[in-house]
Design a protein around this ligand. Structure first.
Ligand SMILES: C[S@@+](CC[C@H](N)C(=O)[O-])C[C@H]1O[C@@H](n2cnc3c(N)ncnc32)[C@H](O)[C@@H]1O
Length: 279
């Protein structure tokens, strides 16, 4: 919750930015009153991980059970705004060591199912970011070793039916992209926070793949934890309409500026491997 504003003020806020493709709300995603039922085709997002990241206006160190209750609230709200056949791709850690080992990914899958979403698949993102390891548990001994998996997860959920009608809708995914991305282990580097001025941005390649794989060009994409605006910016570049929701005013400004400028770094488009896998 933002420190300085009441919940009601945030929930009723008009868009703080709008262009021909992107609408951004400075609001709290547990109450998306300004979005109609069944109005979103694809959710692409990375929520706060509860790892004590210093966001403006949001406490990222809730007791784990309270964090999970909070996740349940916005998972239900996202289901309400999702159209029939709507999808949700949620970028989260596999697990966490904060306050004891937590199976974060497993808890998210359970909570989304409880909220009424159906499970389709999971993508494992290896962001090739192996920081210096110091926590061994028990060094060179089976007594209590720690295993670290330097990956993030993207479980994919849907509302109602998985198969969507193609009639009147345009697909823009290329053959090589489809072949490469339907193998559920993705490898590309994470984003440098300093480059975008936000503590936990994801790289444009992540929303690019999810948006092209899981949405038609005519679809509406929502990121309820917009941060620096990466997903809206990419959605716009890919010709989709996009809605972003962000509780922190400063991040809203960064996101709006990036969407206004419409420019992505020159290396944003990580091409699929030249060599295709199968057919
Ligand atoms: C992991 S960051 C998202 C980063 C984003 N993917 C990017 O590329 O910059 C999570 C964001 O969620 C925002 N946030 C936290 N609680 C929120 C809430 N209840 N509603 C909307 N935004 C929220 C935080 O301020 C933070 O910017």
């Amino acid at each position: 919750m933002a420190v300085s504003e009441s919940k009601d003020a945030l929930a009723q806020a008009p868009p703080c930015y709008q262009d021909e493709k992107v609408t951004i709300y400075h609001a709290d995603s547990t109450e998306l009153r300004f979005l109609a039922d069944a109005s979103v085709d694809l959710v692409v997002t990375s929520p706060p991980y509860n790892l004590d990241v210093s966001y403006n206006g949001y406490r990222d160190d809730l007791p784990y059970e309270r964090y999970l209750q909070w996740v349940s609230r916005w998972a239900s709200e996202l289901l309400r705004v999702a159209a029939p056949g709507g999808r949700a791709c949620i970028n989260i850690p596999l697990d966490s060591n904060k306050g004891g080992k937590r199976a974060v990914y497993a808890d998210y899958v359970r909570l989304f199912l409880e909220a009424g979403w159906a499970y389709q698949t999971s993508i494992v993102w290896n962001e090739q970011n192996i920081s210096r390891r110091t926590a061994w548990g028990s060094w060179m001994s089976p007594s209590a070793p720690f295993v670290t998996a330097p990956v993030e997860m993207i479980p994919v959920f849907y509302k109602g039916e998985w198969r969507r009608k193609r009639e009147g809708r345009t697909s823009d995914i290329e053959r090589a992209e489809f072949l490469a991305w339907t193998l559920g282990t993705w490898e590309f580097p994470g984003e440098n926070p300093a480059r975008v001025g936000h503590p936990a941005p994801f790289p444009p390649e992540l929303p690019r793949r999810l948006i092209k794989l899981y949405s038609f060009v005519e679809d509406v994409v929502l990121d309820p934890f917009l941060g620096s605006g990466t997903s809206c910016l990419v959605a716009k570049q890919l010709g989709r309409r996009a809605i972003g929701v962000e509780i922190d005013e400063n991040s809203c400004r960064i996101a709006a500026d990036r969407c206004r400028q419409g420019a992505l770094p020159p290396d944003w488009n990580v091409s699929p491997p030249a060599e295709e896998v199968g057919d």
